[in-house]
Each structure stands twice: as C-alpha cells, then as structure tokens.
Design a protein around this ligand. Sequence first.
Ligand code: PLP
Length: 405
Amino acid sequence: MINFENSEQGDSMNINKNFLDLKESYLFSLIGRKVNEYKAQNPDVEIIRLGIGDVTLPLVPAVVEAMGRAVLEMGNAETFRGYGEEQGYSFLRHAVCGYYAKKGVELSENEVFISDGAKSDLGNILDIFDTDNSVLIPDPVYPVYVDTNIMAGRKITFLNGNAENGFLPLPDPGEVYDIVYICSPNNPTGAVYTKAQLKVWIDWAIKNDAVILFDSAYEAYIQDSDLPTSIYQVDGAKQCAIEFCSLSKTAGFTGVRCGYTIVPLELVRNGVSLNKLWLRRQTTKFNGVSYIVQRGAEAVFTEEGLKQVKENIKYYLDNARIITETLAELGIWFTGGKNSPYIWLKCPDGMSSWEFFDMLLKEYGLVGTPGSGFGANGEGFFRLTAFGNRDNVLKAMDRIRKMRL
Ligand code: PLP
C-alpha cells in the first residue's frame, strides 16, 4: 500500500487514488488455489470444471476461411491495407446493420462502432460522461461495471437482484440516477429481461434523463422469440440507451477480439449528440480493429456463418439443458440455462457460496464459481457455465445426482 502521508502536497505528482478504492479480486485466484491444493492431495481424482467463463469450441469454418483470405490480401502489395477507419470498416458496420435489420431494428452505419470486444468499450464509454454522474448497478453482476466506475471515482448505488424478482430488478420510480447498467442475458444469473420490463427501464430513463448502458454480450443465446435480443426492439430505447455487444460468446472470438457498440444518433444529452462525442473519443484514442479480424467478424453475419455459429451455441445450450434438468431432478432452485450459457443456482441446505464450492470440490471433484464473487447479493448462490465439453458435463451430472440433500 502506498503511504500518502509522506508525499509532499502540491509539488509531487499524484496517481489516480481512486484505484486504491478497488477491492482485490480474489475470486479466480482463490478458486485456483483451492483446486491446486485439492489436486495435490488427491492426484487420482479427475477434476471437472463447470465454472469456465470462456468458450471451448474452435472458430467456425466460415470465419477461418475469411480470415485466411484476409491474411493473403495483407501479404499482397495490391491488396495490403494499413490503418483502417477508427469506427470500423464499412463492410462490417453494414453487416452489423443487416443483423439488426433481421431483429426488426433499423440502424445506420454511423451508429455502429466496431470494437475489440465489449469489455473495452464498457470501460471506455465512461470517458464521455461526467465523473459527478450517479451510477446504478444491479447486484449481482459482471464486475467490470463496478470497477470501471470506481476508477473514475463515481458514486455507485447497487440495485438488488434476488430470487424474489428473478434477478431482474426494476427501477424504483422515485429514485433518479444518471447512468444505469443492464446486462441481459445476465452474467452471472442467466436471467433475461422481457420487452415489458425493458420498457419500464426505458420510460424511467427518458423521464429522468438517464442513460442506459445495455450489455447484450449473450444475446445470441436467446431462444424464446418473445424475448428481446436488443434493447432497440423496445420503443424509446434509441433516446436513452447505448448497446454493447461482442462476438466473444456468439462466435468464439474471446481470443480473436471483436465486438460492436451502438450509439444511436437520437441519443442527446445536454444538447450534445453522444454519437458525436463517442466518435471523437474513438478517433482520438482508438485505431480500430485489425482488417483480418474484421473480415472474420463479417463472415459471422453471412448466412453460412450464422448457421455455423448457431450450431456451436446449440451445443452449449444442450450442455445447459443437461445441467438444469439435473438441478430440477434434485429440487435445486435455479435461473438461467435456457436463453443463456449461465446457470445460477441456490446453494442447497442454506450453504454459503464458498461452503458449497468446498463441498462440490471435495466430495465430487467439481469446480464452479461462488456467487458471492459477483456482489453481495450473490452470497448463497453459485454459477455453473455450459461452455465445457459434453462428456465432462455428463460425467459431472452423474456425480451431482449422488448428492445427499
Ligand atoms: N459483458 C459481459 C456480461 C461478459 O460476461 C463479458 C465477458 O465475459 C463481456 C462483456 C466481455 O466480452 P468481450 O470478450 O467482448 O470483451
């Protein structure tokens, strides 16, 4: 820890002290340590990981072929490309608009910003907002929203997600905040907002001049045709919401890195277009995503590409179904797993998240993620993911069925 008392006021440089307010993220290091200790003591037990937050299937052929062609273009003087547009190549923004048109959402290419993934833009977008803005963040949730606001010193209020509201909290009509995060399908709970619920958020945001930062990183997992895969499928959203999406979980791009952010032209605050501000920010601080990656991303949105990525998503969702069927058999309460790769369960017998983690590891050789790592309201809950391989999921469920409840 740095000792500020010894630093001279006035003539010394200062770091951003907000960073000192960040909590150490012990979650994955503690999981790793406990698993390694168990392995050392039980070298013969095959440990199965059901907590993987990363995809395991390789890129689909349409993407590999497109990226291969792009590599050859880059090696040829006639077709070589240097810096691209900061906002992304028009061919990819056009493909994203086509994808949204199929959802019934009309976008113009200049509302689409190609990113190197949703995480970067979720953090970077805060550049265009005043640090005095108040922020509302659901709990439990993807921890990046919390930490990026702590870094900027913003005041955060948490909104309670719980079993009673299905981990889909709605705004308190009497409360006003400037920025609100919505993640649907949610990481870690797998819960998905309906159009009617999003309409409540949109009306609240318009009334209060708030901006919704809508994270749709898992939209491709939504199977129920009634559920919204974009907030812009709900009236009024273009006046109050920025949408962040990613090809990480849609098309296995976690290591390739590509996503897109939609900033509608209609979105205006203090008389200024947020689209213009974001473009200015991006042209100053970002030099775009590589041509090769953008050609791979374009291929995802072709008929063949979409068919191929849907097969991979089906594989993961079949894993999720196998897991949720087992939990239902055991009478364990859960959300998610149907329109999401995440399954969020209530730890049996009133166990805490870490007690359940220890029990699963020591008695069954299974590893998941304690819900308490995603916020105070995650205590007593546990996250399983569907990203593993089928044989392992089946083996893990055979072990779980033996659980004495
Ligand atoms: N948003 C949510 C809710 C996530 O769970 C993740 C990744 O786990 C991301 C965004 C980041 O995605 P990307 O790989 O596009 O940065």
